[in-house]
Design a protein around this ligand. Sequence first.
Ligand SMILES: NC(=O)c1ccc[n+]([C@@H]2O[C@H](COP(=O)([O-])OP(=O)(O)OC[C@H]3O[C@@H](n4cnc5c(N)ncnc54)[C@H](O)[C@@H]3O)[C@@H](O)[C@H]2O)c1
Length: 258
Amino acid sequence: MRFENEVAVITGSGRGIGRAIALKMAQEGASVVINDIDEEVAYSVVREIREAGGKAVASVGSVADSRNASQLIDTAVNEFGTVNILINNAAVTRPAMIDKMTDEQWDLVVDVGLKGVFNCIRAVAPIYKERAKQNPEALTNGKIINVTSVAGLTGTIGQINYSASKAGLLGITMSTGREWGRYRIQSNAVAFGVVETRMTDTIRGDEKFAEKYKSKIVLNRFGTTEDVVPGVLFLSSSDANYITGHVLNISGGYHIGV
Ligand SMILES: NC(=O)c1ccc[n+]([C@@H]2O[C@H](COP(=O)([O-])OP(=O)(O)OC[C@H]3O[C@@H](n4cnc5c(N)ncnc54)[C@H](O)[C@@H]3O)[C@@H](O)[C@H]2O)c1
């Protein structure tokens, strides 16, 4: 029960990796706020957690809109009293080669994946900073985990928008770490490779494509949500109180594959 008496806000947690993080955190005692743009899946995760005896509420809306980000943090405070952990997980892809990419494709991916993260971090600032004011000697006054991708470290072919937004998260992670270190707020990132979720259905569904990707993953297999969740929980826990500004690759070695 590593997260007993802790409140975690997880964006894009209606399905995929976000959902898996939420279920595990709730199992380990956290009260969780499930955010998604898709109302149906958000409420179904809330039900799943409650049926298992955990604590969860939903806050539906796109993180790209700063009003929804504020509402998300307000929901956590109104329902559970505070926020201790913010996991910025929501993102979308809109692939196209550079010369074929439309303004709409660029804007959507960057608005959700980059600005959405900034919106949530800015919204949680008053809660974290107030806690720090009350507890200047505490070892942690709040945690931020940003979900990035090997695409943000190495670049991609056909996803310049996604790659740019994920690379931008490194800047957000380091800047938040530096600006809020004096408040004992830890800001870290996890970089995934290819994980079996809806987001990678197309890649994994095409045999030739799938083999090409797999050959670049050093451990030679795609990741599952079970593979990637423990690293996120570690960085969210008190075991990581002396870690900030770190990017944890959880990619089966995809970041060193050539
Ligand atoms: N699956 C992978 O291989 C992989 C690899 C590297 C990084 N990632 C990252 O992991 C995170 C989770 O990805 P996933 O594979 O679980 O994807 P997914 O598509 O299965 O789930 C993402 C969830 O985010 C929600 N969402 C989309 N736009 C939103 C918005 N504007 N506001 C709130 N919620 C929104 C979706 O409805 C969906 O439920 C993303 O940041 C993704 O970029 C995934």
